[in-house]
Design a protein around this ligand. Structure first.
Ligand code: SAM
Length: 341
């Protein structure tokens, strides 16, 4: 069975802004809160290194997205913290859902999701990524810092969220899994089976994520858990029946014989990943963040907005952030290649 090659990162690149490295900027990854109900031991908190309590209001989020859309942005992902911790998440989704974005998605740990999946969809959310770092409730509890009873309850809630996402018509639904050496690295087959069980009307993409140590995760001594995903990818490539390479991050996505897709997010040391990064981040407290891995080049816009900045002034701040973008892992220079030989 050959399935349609799905790639939601397909963008209309000619209209987009380019940064100094020729990378179009077509997406925003917006953190709407630093708060989360889980305590995943590896969490980078979207590269945050402080926890200011300032939050953008729904109106402010809508305004900055509109400004960015005028500069060519056509895709938004909501993240956190846990976006579903915001009591006004439905209002945020409503405001952005009506703007005509090509892609509009959210990444969530499944908290409260099943209850309002239909409503989120009705208000214009197009896709969802749901994080589930283990198929096993006992391991899930350890990873998320919960006691075994609460861990099992939340694990069941995430599975319920996946089912609700499929029922609400989100397609594809992605299952985000940070691969952790010695903890969940033996679960690949189980994850693919679980995804097959959950599929039905929507396609499920098992998204395997390489651990990175930045933001809140910096200095957490995570080296022991780091698993380079190259060998897992090699294994998947051997059994896959189709492969696509996505424009975003040059990520590979493989179609397994049971109809489940497996995608690899392998940023570490990977210049192709960085050179194909088309997104700018926004922190919950209103800063443009040009790179997940750094906090020294953020550009504040919320204070300016609250002090009466016009849309033109906000655009200038956006352009400064695009100007500050720099691949964290860069292609080797010609001289380096000569030295390597
Ligand atoms: N709370 C939401 C969730 O769990 O999906 C959204 C925020 S979370 C920071 C976004 C994604 O980043 C999740 O899939 C999470 O597993 C992943 N993530 C967090 N820390 C990470 C790390 N150190 N390395 C790689 N991925 C990480």
């Amino acid at each position: 069975m050959l399935k349609r090659a799905i790639d939601e990162s397909q963008a209309v690149i000619p209209l987009a802004l380019m940064d100094r490295y020729g990378r179009p900027v077509v997406g925003l990854r917006i953190s709407v809160t630093p708060a989360c109900d889980l305590r995943c031991f590896f969490c980078h908190g979207e590269g945050l290194d402080d926890k200011s309590n300032e939050l953008m209001t729904p109106e402010e989020i809508e305004r900055i997205v509109k400004v960015a859309m005028e500069l060519g942005v056509d895709s938004v992902k909501l993240t956190g913290g846990e976006p579903m911790m915001r009591p006004d998440i439905l209002e945020i989704v409503s405001r952005l859902g009506g703007l005509g974005l090509r892609d509009f998605s959210m990444t969530t740990n499944g908290f409260r999701f099943a209850e309002i999946a239909q409503e989120l969809r009705r208000r214009g959310l197009k896709r969802v990524n749901i994080s589930l770092h283990s198929t096993r409730p006992d391991r899930y509890a350890i990873i998320t810092g919960l006691d075994p009873v609460e861990g099992a309850r939340r694990h069941a809630q995430v599975l319920e969220a996946m089912r609700a996402a499929v029922e609400a018509g989100f397609n594809p639904v992605k299952l985000n899994v940070v691969m952790l050496r010695g903890i969940n690295d033996d679960e690949l087959d189980d994850l693919i089976r679980l995804a097959e069980e959950l599929s039905s009307s929507s396609e499920i993409v098992v998204q395997l994520i390489e651990l990175v140590g930045c933001g809140l995760a910096a200095g957490q001594r995570l080296e022991h858990y780091y698993l380079p995903l190259s060998s897992l990818e090699g294994r998947i490539a051997q059994t896959a029946i189709a492969r696509i390479t996505r424009s975003l991050h040059y990520r590979s996505r493989y179609l397994m014989p049971n109809g489940v897709w497996v995608e690899f997010i392998r940023p570490s040391g990977n210049y192709l990943f960085c050179m194909n990064d088309t997104r700018l981040r926004i922190t919950h407290d209103g800063k443009f963040k040009p790179c997940l891995m750094r906090s020294d080049n953020e550009i504040e816009f919320l204070k300016a907005m609250r002090s009466g900045a016009s849309d033109e002034e906000l655009k200038r701040l956006f352009l400064r952030a695009v100007e500050a973008r720099e691949p964290f892992w860069k292609p080797p220079k010609k001289e380096d290649k000569i030295m390597e030989r």
